[in-house]
Design a protein around this ligand. Sequence first.
Ligand code: 5GP
Length: 123
Amino acid sequence: MAYDSNNIFAKILRGEIPCDKVYESDHSLAFKDINPQAPVHTLVIPKGAYVSFDDFSEKASDAEVLDYIRTIGVVAREAGVAEDGYRILANIGQNGFQEVPHLHVHIFGGQHLGRMIKPFDKS
Ligand code: 5GP
């Protein structure tokens, strides 16, 4: 999928719409989800124009990849969820139900999160 520079996170990165920023590094930005699904629900995005995790892992520089992975850990620790545990999730594409076509990892925490996903129907 080609990157759409009009997606909402691209607009946040350009400063065209506001966000509740929690952390920023050279190559990554973290902000609170506008519709939180847990007491802690933070989104971490790379600043570069990448649609998905596979797009990012193929095209991003080593510095960007390193920065992104480290940022996810920093944000989890600073949100205070590292000790009790948390979940990171990236929805990708149509089957992954990705709504915003700019790579983002959700960090959920602050409560027991239950099972990962519902069992699928094997029949
Ligand atoms: P996805 O379904 O693509 O994995 O998740 C997109 C997430 O972006 C959703 O959890 C949604 O609440 C969040 N979101 C959508 N628009 C905005 C926005 O303008 N600001 C912020 N902070 N979050 C947004």
